[in-house]
Each structure stands twice: as C-alpha cells, then as structure tokens.
Design a protein around this ligand. Structure first.
Ligand SMILES: Cc1cc2nc3c(=O)[nH]c(=O)nc-3n(C[C@H](O)[C@H](O)[C@H](O)COP(=O)(O)OP(=O)(O)OC[C@H]3O[C@@H](n4cnc5c(N)ncnc54)[C@H](O)[C@@H]3O)c2cc1C
Length: 393
C-alpha cells in the first residue's frame, strides 16, 4: 500500500486531519486498531472551543453540530456556597464554546471520510513506524477481523501519529524529552438519563473535593466527582454518587440537583504530559500522542484540533510551493499553544481540587484565588480567554 500521508489513529486528531487533507486535495490512509462501534462510543471530551467549532464548520463537518450542539456563553464557578457566572462573550469580544460530545464529532467525521475521503481501515493496528528520517517512511501494520494476522506495510511520504497516549508512533521519535506530572486524584464520571440541573457547566470547589456538572444533550447529564486516583468506579453506588454530588454543589439559595438513572460510570486518571519535539524527520505527532492535559480545562480535544490544523496547512503549503518552512516550524508552533493549555489546565486543576494533605493555609489561598476571579474583571477575563481557546497557529 502507498499513500501521501499515513495517519495512525482515528480519534478526533486523525479523523479531522484526514478530512482537512482531503479538502486540500492530499490523499491519506487512516489506520485504526479498534472497530468503528468502539471509536464512536468512547465517552470522552464534550466542550468545543470557538476555534474548534469554526474549523469543523469550514471542514464541512459542522452541520449536525450546529443543529444539535448547545452553545454556551459562560460557566458557573461555585465555592463557599457562592455562585459566580463567568460571561464569555462579554469578556472576550463575543466568543463562546459549544457542548457537542467527542463521540458525535467522531461519528460525523467517520461518516464523511467513508463517503468522500480516502481509506479508513478499522481493526488495523500499526505495529511500528520505520524510516522516519528517510523520504519514504513506512508504517508496519496488522489487519484484524477476517484477515487477522496478516502483516503489511504502508509506504508514505509522511506519517502522522494520531494514536493517542498509548500508541506506537511516539516511540519512533528518538532523543525526545518528556515533561510529566500525575495527580493523586482522578474523576469519577457518570452519564445519567436526566435533564441537566443547570443550563451551563458548573465547576464546584468544595472542602470534600471538586465536582463538575456538564451535559451531553438536553436530556443527558454528565457529572464528575474528584476521587482518589486508584478508585474503582463500581465501589460507588448510584445513591452514594448523587448524595456526594449534592453535597459538593451546595449553595445558599434554593438550587437543586436533579437525579436520574446512571447509564455509565468510569474513573479517569489525571495527567499532564508533553513530549518534545512533536516531529522526527517525516514523522509528526498530533493530539494525545504528544501531550495530555487533565480534563479540568476542557482542552484535550481542542489541542488535538489545533495540531492537525497546523499540520494540514503545512502539508498543503509544501504541496503548493515545495517549501518545508511550515513543516519545519510545526513542532515549535504547536508547542507554544500546548504549553498555554498545559498551564491553564494545571491552574484550573489546582484551583478547584483539594489535594490530599493540603494545609488550611493552602485551602484559604484557593478560596482567595476564586474570590479574585469573581471580583476582578482582569482575572475573570484571563480565565474566559483561556477557556474559550488560544489562537491556532
Ligand atoms: C477517559 C478519558 C476522558 C477524557 N475526558 C475529557 C474531557 O472531559 N474533556 C476533554 O477536553 N478531554 C478529555 N479527554 C481527552 C480527549 O478525549 C483527548 O484529548 C482526545 O481524544 C485526543 O484525541 P486524539 O485523536 O489525539 O487521541 P485519541 O482520541 O486517544 O485517539 C487515538 C486513536 O488511535 C487509536 N490507536 C492507538 N494505538 C493505535 C495503533 N497502534 N494503531 C492504530 N490505531 C491506534 C486509538 O484506538 C484511538 O482511536 C479524555 C480522555 C480520556 C482518555
């Protein structure tokens, strides 16, 4: 098999890259180790920054998002039984975010790719990237399903590792440097068949730990509780989860939490991670393959989108002009935005979670930082600008 761009992974990064390249007249092949149903059902991110929304529209993948997505003009911060709304458009010159689940973004991009784009091979696992420093890099892969076991090679002009944190592409970048922090807590996330109790996301800081109220649709709520990192989701009964959520969202007014049947429950670990550089020869890394953020800032999916937009532009520029300038700048261009997102995600995490062993002094500082955001337009604007997204490129 031969193609211009070999893409490993059909998460948001790989799928969007394939779409952008297709629109630019550049052919690609996408290899995905899982089957289609698994990729379309994997519950993950749900907040699209303004820039991500614009990119999906321009790529021709925004039709259902515009119909079914929920535009949000703010978030609520909850602390010390107080409520404070951050008004995004007022603070950022009109920017907002869209609540539209990653599962739906993937479904839309898969449907487009299968209808109009190049090959998208499910149940096809990349085993290794070879020859990245030559002008003929290759991906060794194995087909699953009916042809299980047969090994094959995809020859490419460029290979892009969009294969997430656990993929194989990153290991083909020698002499990389990694920067990492793990947190001693995770998020117990639930999906519940109940209308959201608030029309915008609620980020709650409580002495018992962080809680987040989010949603997937007008009838499906997505809620999270800070729990110790090694928690087994099944050790929490549904009733315990609702009781704990109720405590952490408590306010001085008559706000109430709606309860409903819990349909899914899992624990997500929290990690900050960056791999530098994001390129080796003709191999490029994009999305979670190169960096991870804790989900508190809702940045993971949006960073992946920024990477592939930057890369697709660089590849289109190479095709049009023969110049490698933008490809050479790819890693540095992306890393600048990545580190801003890392900083913001870390700040949001430390602002809102109670760290095991935190002293009363540190607790008071947390509350003072929240109070500062609630009382200073400058501090609030900084949060609103970061939340709605850093510029791409
Ligand atoms: C459990 C969880 C919850 C999350 N929640 C949030 C959230 O609430 N908010 C937020 O902003 N972000 C969240 N994130 C982060 C966000 O989902 C990711 O940043 C986003 O999915 C990155 O997209 P990606 O395409 O780079 O990687 P991925 O979505 O991980 O896609 C990588 C793809 O590569 C495939 N693959 C891996 N190895 C191979 C191989 N060897 N061969 C072929 N294919 C391979 C995988 O099957 C997968 O489909 C969450 C992540 C996780 C893991």
């Amino acid at each position: 098999m031969r193609t211009t761009v070999g893409i490993i992974g059909a998460g948001p990064a790989g799928l969007l890259l394939a779409r952008l390249l297709h629109n630019a007249g550049i052919d690609s092949v996408v290899l995905e180790s899982r089957d289609r149903a698994y990729v379309e059902r994997r519950q993950r991110a749900g907040i699209l920054e303004q820039g991500t929304v614009d990119v999906l529209r321009e790529a021709g993948a925004g039709e259902r998002m515009d119909r079914e997505g929920l535009r949000h003009d703010g978030i609520e911060l909850r602390f010390a039984r107080r409520r404070h709304r951050v008004d995004f458009p007022a603070l950022t010159g009109g920017r907002s975010v869209m609540v539209y689940a990653q599962t739906e973004v993937c479904k839309d991009l898969i449907a487009l790719q299968l209808k109009e784009g190049g090959p998208l091979l499910f149940e096809t696992e990349a085993l290794a990237v070879e020859g990245a420093e030559t002008d003929r890099p290759r991906v060794r892969f194995r087909r699953g399903g009916a042809e299980e076991g047969a090994e094959d090679v995809l020859e490419c002009d460029y290979v892009v590792g969009c294969d997430g944190f656990w993929g194989v592409a990153r290991s083909a970048v020698p002499d990389g440097r990694t920067f990492e922090r793990t947190y001693p807590f995770g998020w117990l996330g639930i999906l519940a068949d109940v209308a959201p109790s608030h029309d915008e996301l609620v980020y709650a800081r409580h002495d018992r730990g962080f809680a987040l109220l989010s949603m997937r649709s007008p009838s499906v709520s997505r809620l999270y509780l800070q729990v110790p990192a090694d928690t087994d989701a099944d050790s929490w009964s549904d009733e315990q989860i609702w009781d704990e959520l109720e405590r952490r969202f408590e306010t001085d007014d008559d706000w109430t939490l709606r309860r409903g049947p819990i349909t899914q429950k899992s624990v997500t670990p929290m990690r900050s991670y960056v791999h530098e550089p994001m390129r080796h020869g003709r191999l490029f890394l994009a999305g979670d393959a190169a960096h991870i953020v804790p989900p508190t800032g809702a940045k993971g999916l949006n960073l992946a989108v920024g990477d592939v937009v930057t890369l697709a532009r660089a590849l289109a520029h190479r095709t049009a002009t023969g110049s490698d300038d933008l490809l050479d700048a790819y890693s540095a261009t992306c890393l600048r935005r990545v580190w801003q997102a890392e900083r913001f995600s870390y700040d949001m995490t430390t602002l809102l979670h109670s760290a095991p062993g935190a002293t009363p002094f540190e607790d008071r500082l947390q509350l003072a930082r929240l109070d500062r955001i609630a009382s200073s337009r400058a501090a609030e604007t900084d949060l609103a600008e970061a939340y709605t997204g850093f510029p791409i490129g």
